[in-house]
Design a protein around this ligand. Structure first.
Ligand SMILES: [Zn+2]
Length: 240
């Protein structure tokens, strides 16, 4: 396990659901999960994610901060994406548009008497809408991590796009690059975008001098699946 920098080339930007970037450990876990799901399907077995159960710890090719046996707030040594914010004079949001329409056939699952007049594309309250989607116009995202470069490269080959709205072509990744950064100390590589800038959610035990270069202290999850409350703890939010 060595200090690494991972770069995604994203020529069209990326759409996010949170104010900070996508977590590298979450991306790697999603690939492992999908590979297992496909292997189970090929073997004729049923294999689904159960949100109600405590998630199993997947064997990610990353070092750990904290001992899973003794520290409930342990996490993988990897940052969220550094979005490389534009200078202050160029903060124009990049608004994309997508359409949304009410599906009459699906509504008829709820009530069979919904006719074509009640749900029209062009009139009334259920008509087709154009909705805005905010994109982050970065052409390059970077992460830091402490891990096994070859295993990480292998998992990234299964990620042609990242972020939200991938199904309509957002978040395209044209190139992944994993480079070794032997000059970066392991702790920095596992927690910060650059020295002094916290790049992931981190419990207070991680930080000697919290407050400078961190986001606010609050409740947050610290490892994938990030939407599951199992790893919810008190943590500093990323600085960006
Ligand atoms: Zn830590």
């Amino acid at each position: 396990m060595i200090a690494l920098q991972i770069t995604a080339t994203t020529p069209h930007g990326v759409v996010l659901s949170r104010p900070w970037g996508v977590a590298l450990d979450g991306l790697l876990a999603s690939v492992l999960w999908h590979r297992r799901k496909w292997a189970a399907r090929a073997a004729g077995e049923n294999f689904t994610y159960q949100h109600s159960q405590t998630p199993e710890t997947l064997d990610l090719p990353l070092a750990r901060c904290g001992d899973p046996e003794h520290e409930a707030d342990w996490h993988w040594m990897a940052t969220f994406a550094d979005l490389h914010p534009h200078p202050q004079d160029a903060t124009e949001p990049d608004i994309r548009w997508r359409s949304s329409r009410t599906d009459r056939t699906r509504l008829q699952h709820l009530s069979p008497v919904i006719g074509s007049q009640a749900v029209s594309d062009s009139t009334g309250r259920y008509q087709r809408r154009i909705v805005p989607v905010m994109a982050h116009p970065a052409t390059r995202l970077t992460w830091r991590a402490v891990g096994d470069p070859d295993r990480i490269r292998d998992l990234l080959t299964d990620l042609p796009s990242i972020g939200k709205h991938r199904g309509v072509g957002e978040g395209l990744v044209t190139h992944w690059e994993v480079s070794e950064t032997p000059d970066v100390p392991d702790w920095v590589a596992g927690h910060e975008h650059e020295p002094g800038v916290l790049g992931r959610t981190a419990p207070p035990r991680c930080l000697d001098h919290p407050g400078r270069g961190t986001g606010p202290l609050g409740a947050a999850t610290v490892r994938p699946p990030y939407l599951h409350p199992a790893s919810r703890t008190t943590a500093y939010h990323p600085a960006r």
